[in-house]
Design a protein around this ligand. Structure first.
Ligand SMILES: Nc1ncnc2c1ncn2[C@@H]1O[C@H](COP(=O)(O)OP(=O)(O)OP(=O)(O)O)[C@@H](O)[C@H]1O
Length: 136
């Protein structure tokens, strides 16, 4: 069956309020994850280091784009992993092989993205750090 178009809202202010509330929930989610997930503190520190290195080396615009995408993707993967962990803990507080698999796969997604981000970091910063060391 073809999807029907959503009705055009008559009261835009109400719609905007709803959107604003959704943003609020999203920021609240990031805040809650930051308070509970130690991994995210590491990501926050790593993000600061990467931003500092980027400024120090004066990255090209396209390099910033790659770095920002990589960093954002790792944050995104970690937040989704945190959400999946919460849902699994809710629906399966006791041991269940499927619960374990769901958590393992979600953690695997973070690992894959972190390795990809590491590759981006090596491509962008590797040669500069190498030259800084006076080896190249
Ligand atoms: N309910 C469960 N049933 C089966 N295996 C589980 C269950 N909960 C956790 N596990 C196994 O233990 C591993 C670690 O789970 P845990 O919830 O401690 O996640 P974590 O990656 O250590 O996350 P965090 O430290 O952020 O809480 C999972 O990847 C999974 O293999």
């Amino acid at each position: 069956m073809p999807e029907s178009k959503p009705p055009i809202p008559r009261r835009f202010p109400a719609l905007l309020r709803k959107r604003a509330a959704s943003f609020g929930y999203a920021f609240r989610g990031v805040g809650a994850a930051l308070r509970t997930e130690v991994h995210l503190w590491f990501h926050a520190a790593a993000t600061g280091v990467v931003a500092g290195l980027g400024l120090y080396f004066g990255l090209e615009r396209w390099e910033w784009a790659a770095v920002v995408l990589a960093v954002g993707a790792v944050w995104c993967a970690e937040l989704v992993n945190t959400a999946i962990e919460a849902v699994v803990n809710l629906v399966s507080p006791d041991y269940h092989p499927l619960a374990g698999r769901a958590k393992d796969v979600a953690a695997g997604a973070v690992l894959v993205m972190a390795l990809a981000a590491l590759a981006v970091g090596l491509l962008v910063f590797g040669p500069r750090l190498w030259a800084l060391g006076g080896i190249g």
